[in-house]
Design a protein around this ligand. Structure first.
Ligand SMILES: NC(=O)c1ccc[n+]([C@@H]2O[C@H](COP(=O)([O-])OP(=O)(O)OC[C@H]3O[C@@H](n4cnc5c(N)ncnc54)[C@H](O)[C@@H]3O)[C@@H](O)[C@H]2O)c1
Length: 384
């Protein structure tokens, strides 16, 4: 085993993700060194951690002793030299390829040759980050979901130069951190951020066409589909600055495949600075006194909306399976543990019936004559 409780974990970047990852590792008993170039961010992370731990004690999720032990295991530092004893470093800085590459090659000058270097990137190619390193075989993606202490899923992404067996070693470590690891190919959006695209994109398309308003679409996906949040509430929560950019990145990275085409409706929100809940306005208006629109609870229409969105999601899940992005089990685990879907999409497809799914997609394809609706080849084969 490459990693154990005695392994020292380094974290670069003390923002939302870096501090969450540090908490997860320290809770599992590993010692952690967190580095940030911004002194204020480092202080903020330390204060936030102590507040979070105090709340956990108050809610009796952990004892005071456990809280003290977790806090004492994390060292917040403003010099990278402290990384020299680390066995694994997880980078969680700004999502910019050039900056990540320079941080990775800088780390190699400090760490030992056996230290594994991982990136928490949501959308960049692990292979291209690794290409900046002298030892690209030690580079891998370890992608947590936000908030890291609460979300069980972790995607593990070997790049094409990653050493054999490293993904399995990382999987064991992540399991020891009581998380749910899945292994996936280094492709745009990995599993979750690829397969989930139609949840937002198809919902927006339905709204753009005027088939239903946003409140009705959210209602349909929650009450008929059993999703915890509707697509418009959810993108308002994620923030359109984040959600739109992920969609646009996945679309560009797939050579402008129409299936991933972003929505102008969402782009306008972004341009207006209506980022969602955090800015007081997104698809919905969150300002004081503003009234939230009510859905039209039309069951027939609701079923049409749900069926159209779920079939597009299922199509994406089969595409990922067909192109060997991950295996069947991991694809379903990823969607239930990473974005809280009520069921895995592959299991769901069997409940709906593969023939029904193909029929819905084929009907959309024939209606719109758009490549976006092409049913996946594996799905069609299995439906036969
Ligand atoms: N926020 C999410 O929902 C989410 C989910 C999964 C993955 N990610 C990915 O995780 C990474 C971090 O995202 P975040 O939301 O935590 O960002 P953030 O803005 O909250 O934090 C980034 C931190 O990195 C620091 N930083 C920037 N450049 C640095 C450098 N060269 N060296 C050291 N520190 C540096 C910043 O000071 C900041 O504190 C990104 O790659 C993002 O795509 C984010």
């Amino acid at each position: 085993m490459k990693f154990s409780k005695a392994s020292c974990i380094g974290v670069v970047g003390s923002g939302a993700m870096g501090s969450g990852i540090a908490q997860v590792a320290a809770t599992a008993g590993n010692s952690v060194v967190v580095f940030d170039t911004n002194e204020q961010a480092l202080q903020k992370a330390k204060t936030n951690l102590s507040t979070t731990l105090a709340k956990l004690v108050e809610k009796q999720k952990i004892t005071q002793e456990e809280s003290n032990s977790i806090f004492s295991k994390i060292e917040f530092v403003s010099s990278q030299e402290k990384f020299s004893n680390c066995d694994l470093i997880i980078e969680a800085i700004v999502e910019n390829l050039e900056i990540k590459k320079s941080v990775f090659s800088g780390l190699e000058k400090i760490v030992s040759d056996t230290c594994v270097l991982a990136s928490n990137t949501s959308s960049l190619s692990i292979t291209s980050i690794a290409a900046a390193c002298k030892l690209p075989q030690r580079v891998i993606g370890i992608h947590f979901f936000n908030p890291a202490p609460l979300m069980p899923l972790v995607e593990i992404i070997p790049g094409i130069a990653t050493g054999q067996g490293l993904a399995e070693e990382c999987k064991s470590l992540i399991l020891s951190w009581k998380k749910t690891p899945v292994i996936c190919k280094d492709t745009p959006g990995f599993i979750v951020n690829r397969i989930a695209r139609p949840y937002y994109g198809e919902a927006m398309r339905i709204a753009e066409e005027g088939i239903a308003d946003i409140a009705t679409i959210d209602w349909a996906m929650k009450t008929i589909g059993g999703f915890k949040m509707g697509p418009f509430e959810l993108t308002d929560l994620i923030g359109h600055d984040v959600n739109y950019i992920v969609t646009e990145t996945v679309w560009k990275e797939f050579y402008f495949d129409q299936r991933f085409k972003p929505s102008l409706m969402q782009k306008r929100l972004l341009e207006a600075g209506f980022f969602g809940k955090k800015s007081g306005r997104g698809f919905y208006n969150y300002q004081e006194g503003a009234e939230l629109p009510k859905p039209t609870e039309d069951l027939e229409k609701g079923k049409y909306i749900f069926n159209r969105v779920i079939c597009m999601l299922i199509n994406e899940a089969y595409d990922a399976l067909y192109l060997q992005v991950a295996n069947e089990e991991d694809i379903d685990l990823a969607m239930t543990k990473g974005v809280n879907y009520p069921k895995g999409l592959l299991v769901w497809s069997k409940e709906i019936g593969l023939k029904n799914v193909v029929a819905t997609l084929q009907d959309l394809y024939d209606t719109y004559l758009e490549d976006r609706y092409r049913p996946n080849v594996l799905l069609r084969k299995l439906a036969k």
